[in-house]
Structure formats: structure tokens, C-alpha cells
Design a protein around this ligand. Sequence first.
Ligand code: TXA
Ligand code: MG
Length: 340
Amino acid sequence: TTRWKIQDSERIDGQAIEEAAAVLKRGGTVAFPTETVYGLGADATNEEAVSGIFQAKGRPQDNPLIAHIADREQLYELVERPFPYVDMLLDAFTPGPLTFVLPSNGTCAANVTAGLPTLGVRIPDHPVAQQLLRACRLPIAAPSANLSGKPSPTTADHVWADLHGRISGLVDGGATGVGLESTVLDCTQEIPIILRPGGITREQLESVIGNVMVDPALAGKDDRPKAPGMKYRHYSPEVPLWLVEGNVQALQDLIDQEKQKGQRIGLLAGTRTAKQLEADAKIELGGDIAEIAANLYDGLRTFKEGDIDLIICEAFAQEGLGQAVMNRLKKAASDYLQLG
Ligand code: TXA
Ligand code: MG
């Protein structure tokens, strides 16, 4: 695995980008930063290249990939002409953490869409991703650059830990910004449906186009989610994680009770809550939900088997970006406790 280090995102080393683009054009797999998480890219029009992604990640074959493009013109080369509200969303939120699911015109390889008639497409808002996409002039299929099941990578070191030796290259552009994946929006109906909550909130979408629906499978566990990837357990830390709703005293009582059983407890919480609690190890995720989102995956990866037996994580309000944070935490959790 070749590792290119981008020292300064404002003045990107053109040669590193050219080399990485050449690897992609030859059918290799290259991880790169986006504003959400690192992606593992391959030429979306090359079926063999795309199958390299599935192999490297150990990803189930029925889970489609998002095609990344540099600009809007490229979008119309990949999909059928969309509903007018898609243009309004493109104006408002792209480049940015919003993925549009649209009827595919068949330009991307069949394994990108896992055989579905629709294609997920997004225009990432990161200077390294943008330059790489422009340099190779291809749609780049890219899932998050982690081993399947693990938390998504928000630093190049996370990618290296999971995939080094399994991929052709890694463009190291430092830590990502949002820290959670893009919102996946099904735009094949008159009213769009959120299939995965993410960096653009439902409230933001509704402020531009009015009513937006949410896949009912996100609220319950029984329905089959419309985004194939949402049915899998995900984001798993090395040790069990309990997601806990309750006041500070209830959280401390729970920690003390588990410590008495001999468990070493790692606490994951917002800064204010964390400062008021005692545990064997603590990670303060931040003072507001945007900071908490940005630090979440690194927090999940920091607690190691051997140091900690159980992670106790504070539950957050499910509004705005809190929707996406709680969606990921529920998947990472082995238990969800609601204390009085
Ligand atoms: O922020 C992101 O979206 C990151 C960065 C790298 O761009 N990518 C990412 O990709 O999170 P991935 O593969 O980890 O998640 C893609 C999600 C999966 O849940 C997948 O099932 C869903 O999007 N998806 C992709 N194409 C779809 C389609 N045609 N229909 C329904 N769901 C789709
Ligand atoms: Mg992923």
C-alpha cells in the first residue's frame, strides 16, 4: 500500500494526486479523505476494480456503493433526469454530505449498485477528494474505508490499521470534518425518503423542499431497510457497548454497579456529562452535537480489549445531527438501556 501524505489541503501536492489518480485509472483501490469519512475508491465503470473494494473490506455483495463525482455535469452522465426537487437540493447542499439515490442509466458497473436499478451518487466537499476526482475524470465508487463491521475511518491511521496491505494506496489528508457519513436520500419518488440519517439533517432538507419522509425501518427493527447496508450491524468497537439514556446519577450508579462486578468501564459522553462522572477511562466527545459527531468514531476505536471490558455511552437527543449520531450508536451498541 502506497501512502501519499498531503501536508497542506489548501495547497495540495499535485504529484501525489496524479499518482493516486493513475492507480485508480489502472483499476486499483485508493483510500482518500472526504468531508464525512475516508472512502475506499475504485473506478465505478470497471467491474473488476469495484470487486477489489468488496474484497478488501470483506463487504457483503448485496450492499451497493456510492459513486463519487466532482460536479453536477457528471451526475447527468450516470442517472436519468431527476425530479425538480433534486436540483433544489443540489443547489443548497452540494458539494456536501448528501447522497442522491436516483434511477441509474447503466454507466456504472453492475456491482456498484449490487444489481439495483438505482445508483447512489454524491459530490464530496473536500479539496483532496475534489482534486482526485477531477484528476481521474471518472466516477469513483467508494464505501467507507474500514473493514466491514468496524467504525468508519475519520483519520488516515484508522484506514491504515484496517486496510494496509489490502489496498493499492492511501491519500492521507488528515482528519475528516463531519465525522459521520452522508445522508442517503431516495429521490426516486415525488417525496424523497431518508434511507440513512447523516451529515445533512432532515430539518435542513425540509427547509429547502418541504416534506421529506424517513424510512420507517430506521425507527423500528422489524421492517427491511431500503438501504441494504442499514440492515447490518456496524461500527462495532472491540468491547461491548451499552448505550444509556438517563441522568448523571443514574449513569454513575450503573458504572459503579458494573465496576463492583469487576468490569473495567470506559465512558463515552459529551464533555459536560463526562466531567461529572467517574470511570476507569473517559473520552469526552465534545461540547455540542457537531463536535460529538466528529469525534465519535475515533472514540469507538480508542477503547481496546485488554484495557476496558465495557463501554458505557451516553444517549443523545435525537434531533438535528443527533439523529445520525444515535443511529450509529444504536448499531454499535450491544444493549440500549433507558433508565428512569
Ligand atoms: O459519507 C459517505 O457516504 C461515505 C463517504 C466515503 O462518501 N461513504 C459511505 O459509503 O458511507 P458506505 O458504502 O459505507 O455506505 C453507503 C450506504 C449503504 O447503507 C448502502 O446500502 C446505501 O448507502 N446505498 C448505496 N447505494 C444505494 C442504492 N442504490 N439504494 C439504496 N441504498 C444505497
Ligand atoms: Mg460504511
